[in-house]
Ligand binder design. Structure first.
Ligand SMILES: [Zn+2]
Length: 413
C-alpha cells in the first residue's frame, strides 16, 4: 500500500464576483481531484489552531499530524534546514532579507527581486563587517532570502520581529525587532544594530551602484525576522511507521520535511511559480514511491495567484496541478494506494492573503465506500462524510485507510 498527499498551497477560496460568485475550485476543470472526491470521502479540515497565524508552516505541520502550537518553530529555522544549515539546541536562525530602504522607509522586501548572484556578494560583505564566528554567522541562500544564525541565543519566542512583506511602506525605526523580556535585550540590540548599520556596508556597494545604473532598486539594507530554534519533533516514520518523501520548490516545506526525517527530493525546474515543472514533480513522486511508502507533493502556484488576486491564474494553476501533475501521477501508480488532496489554508482572491477558514479535503482509499460527494470544492466538501474535522492530522486519516494503520488514527466526527 502506498500513500500520496497532494497539497495545493492556498487553493481554497471565497466566492469571487467575476466568477459569478463561484470559487476558483468550483470553476476549474479538475477531473482527477473530482474523482478522488467522488470515489472517496470528503470533509472540511481546520488546519490553523486558535491564536496562531495562518502561515503555511503552521498549516502544513497540522496536516502532517504535528501540533504547531507545541513546536514553537520559527520560519528561519525551517528554511535554514532546507539550505543545509545545521542548528544546535540553543542556536536561533533568522531570515535575513536583502531589502531596499528609501528615506527611512522599508521600500521593498525583496530589493527589486535581487538575484542570487548579486545577493551572495552583498552577504559576503556583511559577513566581513558583522560576523563573529561561534556567535553571529551569515549564510547565503537564494534570491533575496538569506540567513543569520545567533549561536546559543535561545528564547527566540521572546523576540518580536516583523516580516518585511507585512511592513512594506513603514518607517524602519517603528518596525525594528523588539524584546518582550530583558533576557533577550542584548540580542535584540545586536539585531537592530546589524539592520541599521548594514546600510553603511551596502549603500555604495559596487553591486548596488550597478543596480541603480540599470534603473533597479538597490539591496541597501537587510531585514532580520522569523527567528527560531531547531524544532524537536518525532520523525514521520516514528509517528506513522512509514518511510516518507517530500517534493516541493519551497524551502519552508523542505525544511519541515527535513526535520520530519523525510527524503527531500529536488525536482529540476520546480520554481514555486506558475511555470513550475508539474510533470517533473509527478515523475519524481512515482520514483520516490519506489523506496518510500508515503509521498507528500506540494505545489505553491495557487497561493501566489491568491496573493496576486488573479482568479484566472488561480484557475490555471489548479487545472495544471490536476492534469499535468495529479493525472500523470495517478496513471503511473502501479500498487494499491490511498490518496488525499487539499489546500493548506485558503488564500482568497478577494482578500489577497491567507485566512484561517477550514479547508476542503478529499481522501480516496481502496477500502472505503464513497460518501456521495461528486466534486472537490469548498461547498461540496461541506456535505462530505467526515464533516468538520478540527486540527486533527489529515495524514492520520489517510494512513488509517490501509494496513499500516497505527495508534495515531483519530476517530472521525
Ligand atoms: Zn502565501
Amino acid at each position: 500500500m502506498k500513500y500520496v498527499l497532494i497539497v495545493g498551497d492556498g487553493m481554497a477560496d471565497y466566492p469571487v464576483p467575476e466568477l459569478d460568485g463561484k470559487t476558483p475550485l468550483q470553476v476549474a476543470r479538475k477531473p482527477n481531484m473530482d474523482a478522488i472526491a467522488s470515489k472517496g470521502r470528503s470533509g472540511l479540515l481546520r488546519t490553523v489552531p486558535d491564536g496562531m497565524s495562518s502561515g503555511s508552516d503552521t498549516a502544513i505541520l497540522s496536516v502532517l499530524g504535528y501540533k504547531p502550537e507545541q513546536l514553537l518553530v520559527g520560519r528561519g529555522a525551517l528554511e535554514a534546514a532546507a539550505r543545509g544549515i545545521e542548528l544546535k539546541g540553543n542556536d536561533v536562525a533568522f531570515r535575513c532579507n536583502i531589502i531596499a530602504e528609501e528615506n527611512g522607509i522599508l521600500a521593498d522586501y525583496s530589493a527589486g527581486h535581487i538575484t542570487t548572484k548579486e545577493a551572495v556578494q552583498l552577504i559576503a560583505s556583511l559577513k566581513k563587517a558583522f560576523e563573529k564566528p561561534g556567535e553571529i554567522e551569515f549564510f547565503a541562500g537564494l534570491d533575496y532570502r538569506h540567513f543569520l544564525v545567533m549561536r546559543n541565543l535561545r528564547d527566540s519566542s521572546l523576540i518580536e520581529c516583523n516580516p518585511p512583506h507585512d511592513v512594506t511602506g513603514a518607517e524602519i525605526e517603528e518596525v525594528l525587532p523588539k524584546a518582550k523580556s530583558e533576557k533577550v535585550e542584548d540580542a535584540v540590540n545586536q539585531l537592530r544594530t546589524i539592520i541599521l548599520e548594514s546600510k553603511n556596508v551596502l549603500e555604495n556597494h559596487p553591486i548596488n551602484i550597478a543596480r541603480r545604473k540599470a534603473g533597479k532598486r538597490p539591496g541597501n539594507m537587510v531585514w532580520l525576522w522569523g527567528g527560531g530554534e531547531k524544532p524537536s519533533m518525532p520523525t514521520f516514520r516514528e509517528k506513522f511507521g512509514l518511510r516518507a518523501a517530500v517534493i516541493s520548490a519551497v524551502d519552508l516545506v523542505k525544511g519541515i520535511g527535513t526535520y520530519a526525517g523525510m527524503q527531500v527530493v529536488n525536482v529540476h525546474g520546480a520554481t514555486g511559480m506558475y511555470d513550475t515543472n508539474f510533470e517533473g514533480k509527478a515523475n519524481a513522486a512515482l520514483k520516490a514511491l519506489e523506496a518510500n511508502d508515503f509521498v507528500f507533493v506540494h505545489v505553491e502556484a495557487p497561493d501566489e495567484a491568491g496573493h496576486e488576486r488573479d482568479s484566472g491564474k488561480k484557475i490555471q494553476a489548479i487545472e495544471d496541478l490536476d492534469k499535468r501533475l495529479l493525472g500523470k501521477l495517478i496513471k503511473g501508480l502501479k500498487e494499491p494506494y490511498a490518496i488525499a488532496v487539499l489546500p493548506d489554508h485558503p488564500t482568497p482572491i478577494t482578500v489577497g492573503t491567507h485566512t484561517r477558514d477550514p479547508v476542503p479535503f478529499a481522501i480516496r482509499s481502496p477500502f472505503w465506500v464513497a460518501d456521495g460527494v461528486q466534486k472537490f470544492d469548498e461547498v461540496s466538501a461541506k456535505a462530505g462524510g467526515f464533516g468538520l474535522v478540527n486540527n486533527e492530522s489529515l495524514v492520520g486519516l489517510l494512513v488509517s485507510t490501509g494496513e499500516n494503520a497505527t495508534s495515531e488514527i483519530h476517530s472521525v466526527r
